[in-house]
Write a protein that binds this ligand. Structure first.
Ligand code: FS2
Ligand code: SF4
Length: 540
């Protein structure tokens, strides 16, 4: 196997024996093949669109869920991945029948075979099948951005929001990663175009979430526990949470959020459920201890799954694109009501969660809430009470080097405000960093996709201050990344013209030296140093 799609790639180069994430070589192979057949079907849909044919929403969803399935820590279940390969090949055969001439299509568009041939084929089509390391780097960066975009699209799709233009781009770009006639320059341009659609994808999801559940508002979230048994919901899918909240009414079972589901508490629509108790635990990587002490069932709606201990494996459920062998998967397609009764029934026989923390955390500072506070924020900037905003959005992870972000947050000048989104926040959202004239020094917009809110806020501030360039704002970017949703957030920021983003704790292994040079020279992308050096860099 060879995989270098996340920040934990072994040795900062790539996982070859098995994944640091727990992905085994046979699962890695099937994920490679799923990406390959998704590229193939995308070449066919792109060809059919060029002939004026429409592609159905079902086929668009098939492709986005395929990519989502291959995101780091989303799905470890080989059988589920194999079934998706089969379904994709069968769907593609039907589409090929509609093509008058297939001679110009790439090999991936025409390949098919029985399951017995999958391992052999997978070994030929992985990351290393592109020999030129710069082309490989760009193809993979685009693919990873598209994986992140697929996740965001899927979350919008389950709220019955689609953007056919976005799907057409996603498939065109995916097909372009098969095209040997494209140059480095072509792929650099396609990378930026991916960022453009990243902005659109996040805007689509923002509109879907706020349309369904209202605008996030300033909210204090309980991090303690109640006395009744509970179900812990992790991942990013708000629609799953909504269905579970409805189905648990009157059952005596409480519902808690975990990790990236925390921001659900900020939405008005979820506040009406009396059994929606609070948030339990921290970022994804601490789940082994926290799922153990939660005592009740856990529902993973997306990544990030850590291979579970046997002690709670029978309490771990997956749904949507998530999967883990031996854990029960709750079925349900887009638009269908899922049946969570088995989870609720199990919860009734479990002990209440063991308390691991007490208190509250504050969040809900997505664009609508921040713009409602715009006057006081603008005044604080004008008076000098706020000197700088530091965007520290992104991901958390288990690497010790990520303690940098806690230390950095603690050491920030007292007139600096952190803007955050994603699970990166757990590195500092329980520190008491205080406020500036009533404005909290950590403004949490929400999930990683709510980085869109941070861009909306920046663009609004640019307008208020009458600036021509977003980079003239008193905002610096010190972003932590882990998996592929952070890649689409990064490409979106680059597309919006944001320069000098610092990315850590290490730069992506998938950047070849030449591609890294392009990012450094054109966008000022840099890694992180010591807290002391970086504070000097940002604040002097
Ligand atoms: Fe954190 Fe994992 Fe949000 Fe990522 S819970 S690293 O999926 O997308 O962020
Ligand atoms: Fe390694 Fe990350 Fe790939 Fe897992 S997703 S195999 S940790 S590079």
């Amino acid at each position: 196997m060879f995989c270098y799609q996340c920040q934990e790639a072994a040795g900062c180069t790539g996982c070859t024996n098995s994944g640091v994430c727990g992905k085994t070589p046979d699962v890695a192979a099937m994920q490679d093949l799923l990406v390959y057949v998704s590229r193939g079907i995308s070449a066919v849909t792109t060809h059919l669109r060029s002939l004026g044919q429409e592609i159905s929403a079902e086929i668009n969803h098939l492709i986005t869920v395929n990519l989502f399935t291959t995101i780091t820590n989303a799905n470890f279940d080989k059988e589920m991945i194999v079934a998706r390969i089969r379904e994709t090949l069968d769907t593609k055969e039907q589409l090929l029948k509609q093509c008058p001439d297939v001679s110009a299509l790439p090999a991936a568009a025409l390949w098919n075979g029985p399951q017995s041939k999958f391992p052999v084929k997978a070994a030929l089509v992985g990351v290393l099948s592109t020999e030129n390391e710069d082309i490989r780097s760009l193809r993979e960066m685009i693919t990873y951005g598209l994986k992140g975009l697929s996740a965001y699209s899927k979350h919008a799709n389950v709220l019955m929001q689609d953007n056919a233009e976005l799907d057409a781009f996603l498939q065109r770009a995916l097909a372009a990663t098969l095209d040997d006639s494209l140059t480095v320059e072509d792929y650099v341009n396609l990378t930026l175009e991916t960022g453009k659609y990243g902005v659109e994808g996040m805007a689509l999801l923002d509109a879907a979430n706020t349309g369904a559940y209202g605008h996030p508002e300033m909210t204090r979230v309980n991090i303690g526990v109640g006395t009744r048994p509970g179900i812990l919901v992790s991942g990013h899918d708000l629609r799953d949470l909504e269905m579970l909240l409805k189905q648990t009414q009157g059952t005596g079972v409480d519902v808690y959020t975990h990790s990236e589901m925390l921001p659900a508490h900020y939405y008005p629509a979820f506040k009406k459920y009396p059994n929606f108790v609070g948030n339990y635990g921290n970022a994804w990587w601490k789940q082994k201890e926290e799922f153990e002490s939660f005592n009740g069932p856990i529902l993973m709606t997306t990544n990030c799954i850590v291979p579970p201990r046997d002690s709670y494996k029978d309490r771990l459920y997956t749904t949507g694109a998530a999967g883990y062998p031996g854990c029960k998967h709750i079925a349900g397609e887009i638009g269908e009501e899922k049946d969570f009764s088995e989870i609720i029934e199990q919860a009734k026989h479990c002990a209440a969660p063991t308390e691991i923390e007490q208190g509250e955390i504050l969040g809900g500072f997505a664009h609508n809430q921040v713009l409602a506070l715009a006057d006081s924020i603008v005044n604080a900037v004008k008076s000098g009470a706020i000197k700088k905003f530091v965007v520290m959005a992104g991901c958390d992870g288990r690497a010790k080097s990520r303690n940098y972000y806690t230390d950095f947050a603690k050491a920030l000048p007292k007139d600096a405000v952190i803007l955050t989104a994603g699970c990166a926040k757990y590195k500092y959202n329980k520190l008491d960093l205080g406020d500036i004239g009533g404005i909290p020094r950590v403004l949490d917009a929400g999930q990683c996709n709510d980085s869109y809110s941070l861009a909306v806020i920046a663009l609004k501030l640019k307008e208020v201050f009458g600036l021509d360039d977003i980079n003239d704002l008193p905002i610096v970017y010190n972003i932590a990344w882990y998996e592929q949703k952070a890649v689409i957030v990064l490409l979106a920021l680059l597309y919006l013209g944001v320069k000098n983003i610092h990315l850590g704790p290490t730069l992506p292994a998938f950047l070849s030296p030449n591609v890294a040079k392009v990012l450094v020279e054109n966008f000022g992308i840099a890694g992180i140093g010591t807290v002391e050096d970086d504070l000097k860099l940002f604040f002097e």
